[in-house]
Design a protein around this ligand. Structure first.
Ligand code: GLU
Length: 308
């Protein structure tokens, strides 16, 4: 791990030069309280060793990275056919919270599960008792994927999301009127917002990324946590749709299946190689961590992680 340790420290030094170019997300009030100069990262090997640097233990919320977790849980429960009858697999080129295409044609379904509309449709597919039980089920799944049994929801961020989630409320109502979802809109959103508000650090997310990089196995125990065909599918959606309307450019500059969140985190799963998580709450105009992007560009090049 000595080489990885040196590289991630160099990546951090480089990334730190860019944090002043971004801003924290402000549309969810709690997120704007983070210090935009903070930056951290962690790398997890396929045998579970972790190297970390910077603010790698600072807690932040998963936000859109949770779309990956909920999608995997929904696919494991329902199979691909049901999920992809409700949501497509195509990139949009639109903002993550756009709903314009949903209203173009009667009965339109979301383009993919990595945008808000798609993730909200996927949240409706989670089965298992009351809404609180369904949230607990997804949270438990996140705990297993991150190897952190202590993972919990940041209640202040959740309250903040709920207070300002007008756009997501509009989306769930449009999905309901298009016949894409059939649960109660408020319950679907409760699950969606709760998963966005799961509190993590870079080590948690590097482990999750390593599970995806290693075909669904727990890097420490070898336990198969996710079916390999689901992992492949999710990695492909991360590649085409995981970085908002920057996914195409990211594929050419970094070339690792990744998912970003407005909390400032990005997970990158380099298949057969390693999992990486970066964190920096200063975001660019697309909603991606500015320092995080620079660190990933550097590591991709130096560690030969670009799959193209
Ligand atoms: N909770 C955020 C929202 O729904 C997630 C956005 C993101 O990270 O892309 O707006």
């Amino acid at each position: 791990m000595e080489k990885e340790g040196l590289l991630i420290n160099e990546a951090l030094r480089l990334g730190a030069q860019y944090t002043s170019r971004g801003k924290t997300a402000s549309y969810i009030g709690e997120l704007s309280k983070k210090d935009p100069s903070h930056l951290g990262l962690a790398l997890c090997t396929l045998d579970g060793q972790i190297a970390a640097a910077g603010y790698s233990e600072e807690k932040f919320t998963m936000q859109s990275i949770s779309k990956v977790v909920t999608l995997i849980a929904a696919l494991e429960q329902n199979g691909q056919e049901k999920i992809f009858s409700r949501v497509g697999m195509e990139p949009t080129g639109d903002a993550f919270n756009s709903m314009v295409r949903l209203d173009l044609l009667a009965g339109s379904r979301p383009f993919n599960p990595m945008i808000n509309a798609g993730a909200i449709a996927v949240a409706d597919c989670i089965q298992g008792g009351t809404v609180d039980e369904r949230i607990e089920l997804c949270l438990d799944f996140a705990r297993r994927l991150t190897n952190n049994p202590g993972l919990c929801i940041d209640r202040a961020v959740l309250a903040s999301e709920k207070a300002t989630g007008y756009k997501n409320r509009a989306i769930v109502n449009l999905l309901e009127s298009n016949g894409v979802v059939d649960g109660k809109p408020e319950e679907i959103l409760e699950l969606y917002f709760s998963m966005c508000s799961v509190s993590v650090d870079c080590r948690d997310l590097a482990f999750l990324a390593a599970v995806l990089a290693g075909g669904g196995r727990n890097p420490l125990t070898g336990e198969q946590l996710v079916k390999p065909q689901i992992v492949r599918l999710v990695r492909s959606l991360m590649t085409t749709c995981g970085m908002y309307d920057y996914s195409g450019q990211f594929a050419s500059t970094v070339g690792i299946p990744s998912k970003s969140g407005v909390g400032g985190g990005i997970i990158s799963a380099a298949a057969g190689k390693c999992g990486i998580a970066v964190y920096g709450p200063a975001l660019d105009e697309h909603g991606n961590s500015v320092g995080g992007l620079k660190m990933l560009e550097y590591l991709s090049e130096k560690m030969d992680l670009n799959m193209f």
